[in-house]
Design a binder for this molecule. Structure first.
Ligand SMILES: Cc1cc2nc3c(=O)[nH]c(=O)nc-3n(C[C@H](O)[C@H](O)[C@H](O)COP(=O)(O)OP(=O)(O)OC[C@H]3O[C@@H](n4cnc5c(N)ncnc54)[C@H](O)[C@@H]3O)c2cc1C
Length: 389
């Protein structure tokens, strides 16, 4: 029998967790998704249930109190939740990107201090990279940290930060040497707990991905102890931040698969119930073509995600695979949500059905964790690197 890696969950444990997630999704998530999305209301109760399920420690090693799930299991878990409601996965995923940055790059003291608190959800938060003038061009950020004795003073503004309002702790990317060339050598990542000088600017209103707080974070000479510089050395922050993006992209891709599947499931059910010209619309060829394309996209996207996650689990570099999965699955989510709208006809425009939510939620997956334009560039660069002429 295959032995789990130290700190990682066994196959049995992973199967049990996926079963628990399926039950939780049907019992707790599905019944409230439409109401909370439409009210843009924060799902406090779901967050408490996520803590009990261990989701805030899903990918954190068991050595630090996490579940120690593999990327493959984690992707499956995210897909299952997203097939019903994608938004809540952002609550724990952004948090886990922060945790992963500490687990992979932190000093032993930082791992021991922060990871157990992240794993229980006692401290929750996310990752602060994007700024009003810099998203894709991350090296163009302007936030700075200036050393002041045993502390650093952080100044700047982050925007679009998931969990910004209700989260209390964030991994924040800043420049410790704004003049450095190349620019990434002057960047550092800090673990920042909210306090004096670290405030929420405003909660952002969004097309979709509602209920989940996205916010501006403002740092005004925020004093952070030097012990909270991830890895203890300046100039490594860019690598720490982009190093976490492979798992982040697998997660976004898994969300895409889930959403594409949710749209397919609803369309398939509706097409067998709705009748025109004396038969269910599922018997009209024009609708059959849509259902076939939707189902094929879901399967293709799922296989790409599984492939990327399996490679990630071996510890091998997988930016090509994660990029392909993210690109294809997010576009599948957009395409399937639009096709589901067409299958539902006029009712797709009604807030009494979920397809309008899928349609509003899907485009986010084309933007987050690196836009799909950038994924294509990453894929092409990797092709050239792996297959030189
Ligand atoms: C709901 C939501 C949640 C988010 N959560 C977080 C979070 O928790 N933490 C965080 O740090 N950020 C978060 N983001 C920000 C997100 O990561 C950025 O929006 C994304 O990286 C794109 O950056 P930008 O918006 O500045 O677009 P820009 O970088 O301005 O890009 C604009 C357009 O130009 C294209 N483009 C840019 N450069 C190139 C190039 N070299 N070649 C070709 N095309 C290019 C892009 O693909 C895009 O189409 C979130 C965003 C949203 C909408």
């Amino acid at each position: 029998m295959e032995q789990p890696h130290p700190g990682r969950a066994s196959a049995d444990e992973e199967a049990q967790i996926l079963e628990a997630i399926d039950r939780w999704v049907e019992r707790e998530v599905r019944p409230i998704a439409r109401k909370f999305d439409q009210a843009d209301e924060y799902p406090f109760e779901l967050v408490e249930q996520m803590k009990e399920l261990g989701l805030f420690g899903a990918t954190i090693s068991q050595d630090y109190g996490g579940l120690g799930l593999s990327a493959s299991c984690y992707a499956s878990l995210v897909t299952r939740i997203s097939s019903v409601w994608m938004a809540p996965t952002g609550i724990f995923n952004s948090h886990l990107i922060m945790a992963q940055a500490v687990e992979r790059n932190g000093t032993p003291e930082q791992r021991a201090e922060w990871l157990p608190r992240f794993a229980t959800g006692e401290l929750r938060g996310g990752i602060g990279l994007t700024e009003p003038d810099a998203g894709t061009d991350l090296q163009g950020i302007r936030s700075t940290a200036r050393r002041d004795g045993e502390h650093y003073l952080l100044r700047g503004t982050k925007t679009w930060i998931t969990n910004g309002v209700y989260g209390t702790c964030f991994a924040v990317l800043v420049k410790t040497d704004p003049e450095a060339e190349p620019r990434h050598r002057g960047m550092s990542l800090f673990i920042c707990e909210k306090g004096e000088g670290f405030t929420v600017g405003r909660k952002l209103k969004k097309l979709g991905y509602r209920s989940i707080d996205s916010a501006e974070l403002v740092f005004e000479d925020f004093r952070v102890p030097a012990t909270r510089l991830v890895g203890g050395m300046e100039g490594r922050g860019f690598q720490h931040a982009v190093g976490g993006l492979e798992l982040g992209r697998i997660n976004v891709a898994a969300r895409g698969v889930g959403l594409a599947k949710g749209a397919l499931d609803d369309a398939l059910r509706y097409a067998q119930q709705r009748r025109t010209f004396g038969k269910p619309i599922a018997h009209h060829q024009a609708i059959q073509l849509k259902l076939a394309d939707m189902a094929t996209r879901v399967e293709a996207a799922r296989l790409l995600v599984e492939q990327a996650a399996r490679k990630y689990d071996t510890g091998m570099r997988c930016d090509l695979e994660a990029g392909m999965a993210k690109l294809f699955a997010s576009e599948a989510a957009v395409a399937n949500s639009l096709e589901a709208m067409r299958v539902f006809g006029g009712y797709s425009y009604s807030v009494d059905f979920d397809v309008e939510r899928y349609y509003r939620d899907a485009p986010l997956m084309c933007i987050g964790e690196g836009t799909n334009e950038m994924q294509r560039i990453i894929i092409a660069r990797q092709l050239v690197e792996r297959f030189p002429a």
